[in-house]
Design a protein around this ligand. Structure first.
Ligand SMILES: Cc1cc2nc3c(=O)[nH]c(=O)nc-3n(C[C@H](O)[C@H](O)[C@H](O)COP(=O)(O)OP(=O)(O)OC[C@H]3O[C@@H](n4cnc5c(N)ncnc54)[C@H](O)[C@@H]3O)c2cc1C
Length: 409
């Protein structure tokens, strides 16, 4: 079920890494091929100084499994709007519902049918064996069914807006990261469709916290107006970016936050959270899509395994009542290490990369300059054992992924 009238065909660069890539390799090799053909071809990532000159550069690494150790640009970097249409629609047994959403949920223990009783915004009422809430960071399924998790959204104190502006040759092929005082950052990323994807990010501080925290209740026009006022004296290409923002029709603003809750399923396993709804790692982790893919794979794998076992042990062709508690329990256990790793961000982030003062920006640029130099210079070879240590840890982590048989051979 999708609240929007159709698949959402916009959104900026998202990364696919590690175990997420492995799952596609195994189960959806055609999809992975299509994704690789549609990557943004970003050549790397530059940090700019106050004059707009390159202070540190990180060319893309062609090994997507551990590339985030060496470059913010991943090998598999695709526009969100290009990824969603690539998912094939299910067969005739799958029903898609658009422009609707869940308004009320009754758990099986209190629902007359013994199933999950759902009331949709359109007024339709239905019973389901299992409800999977994959409705994003501000999940309404989480709000309705996980009453003890009302404070699940943990703000990281930053607000980001995404929109598309016309490409200009000066944008080149690298992403450009520009810091301005007061925790402001402008990021420009040329895409593979003749446009430049722009991000305006700002840290909440005493002077702007009230207005930023209120962003959710503002219209798009009001959000743009607020950002114009907050960014107009940022320097570099601010004028062009703000004009582009004004004209953009894909503007999207979001609080940078993580979702942390003790459990992703109700006690009988019949209401389950998946992806950002259960464990959003925030865009700064670059792991949101990977965790959503890994979560979907593990949850589907455990459901198939458990239901097959119940059918095999049943006297009837199909058990009268399916039990979902075991699949939910195993989903929790197997997914938790991936989530903990995906949500682990550098201590102090994102504030550390978005200083409040010019002096702080100077220090940041010196540090990333040294890191960039180390990663490209011969000295890097001296440190290569460190890299291979981390890479082998990554591999160990990915190898923890169970392999499921979805089609009985
Ligand atoms: C419009 C948009 C743009 C994004 N842009 C970026 C980006 O540029 N970079 C980045 O790293 N990440 C971005 N993300 C987040 C990224 O897509 C996710 O972190 C990741 O892919 C995990 O996906 P998800 O399916 O769990 O959540 P999401 O991708 O957030 O998908 C949730 C879906 O649920 C739908 N939905 C929400 N509430 C309801 C409801 N009440 N009823 C029915 N449907 C509902 C939404 O329309 C959406 O399609 C964006 C998300 C959205 C929705």
């Amino acid at each position: 079920m999708q609240r929007a009238p159709d698949r959402i065909s916009f959104g900026q660069q998202i990364d696919l890494r590690g175990a997420g890539v492995k799952i596609l390799q195994k189960e959806f090799s055609e999809l992975l091929k299509e994704i690789k053909e549609a990557t943004t071809d970003e050549a790397g990532f530059n940090f700019l100084d106050q004059k707009g000159n390159v202070a540190a550069t990180f060319p893309v690494q062609k090994d997507n499994v551990d590339s985030y150790l060496t470059s913010p640009t991943s090998d598999i970097e695709i526009l969100r709007g290009n990824l969603s249409p690539k998912y094939k629609r299910g067969g005739t047994k799958v029903q898609y519902i658009y422009e609707d959403s869940v308004d009320k949920i009754l758990e099986p223990s209190v629902s007359p049918s013994g199933k999950v009783h759902v009331t949709l915004a359109s007024g339709i009422q239905k019973d389901y064996d299992i409800v999977v809430g994959a409705d994003g960071m501000r999940s309404s399924i989480r709000r309705l069914a996980f009453k003890e998790s009302q404070d699940a959204l943990k703000s990281l104190g930053q607000y980001t807006s995404y929109f598309t502006i016309p490409y200009e040759p000066e944008d080149g092929t690298f992403a450009s990261w520009f810091n301005a005082p007061l925790g402001r950052c402008i990021l420009l990323r040329p895409d593979n469709a003749g446009c430049t994807r722009a991000y305006l990010s700002i840290m909440a501080s005493d002077s702007n916290r009230k207005v930023l925290e209120n962003y959710h209740s503002l219209s798009t026009a009001e959000q743009k107006k607020m950002l114009r006022a907050l960014f107009e004296d940022s320097g570099w290409k601010t004028g062009r970016v703000l004009r582009g923002m004004q004209a953009s029709n894909d503007f999207y603003m979001q609080e940078v936050a993580q979702v942390k809750i003790p459990t992703w399923s109700t006690s009988n396993g019949q209401i389950v959270l998946l992806g950002d709804a259960g464990y959003c790692p925030s865009p700064i982790s670059g792991m949101g899509t990977t965790l959503a893919v890994v979560g979907a794979y593990i949850l589907a794998g455990e459901l198939v395994t458990s239901i097959r076992a119940q059918i095999a042990n049943s006297q009837d062709k199909m058990p009268k009542k399916l039990d979902f508690s075991e699949s939910a329990r195993l989903y929790e256990i197997k997914m938790r290490p991936f989530v903990e790793k995906g949500q682990a961000i550098i201590p102090g982030a994102p504030a550390i990369a978005n200083p409040m003062t010019s002096w702080g920006i100077e220090v940041l640029l010196r540090v990333v300059g040294v890191v960039s130099w180390l990663s490209r210079s011969r000295i890097a070879k001296l440190f290569s054992w460190v890299g291979s240590f981390f890479a082998s840890k990554e591999k160990e982590w990915d190898d923890k992924l169970d392999r499921y048989e979805f089609v009985k051979r």
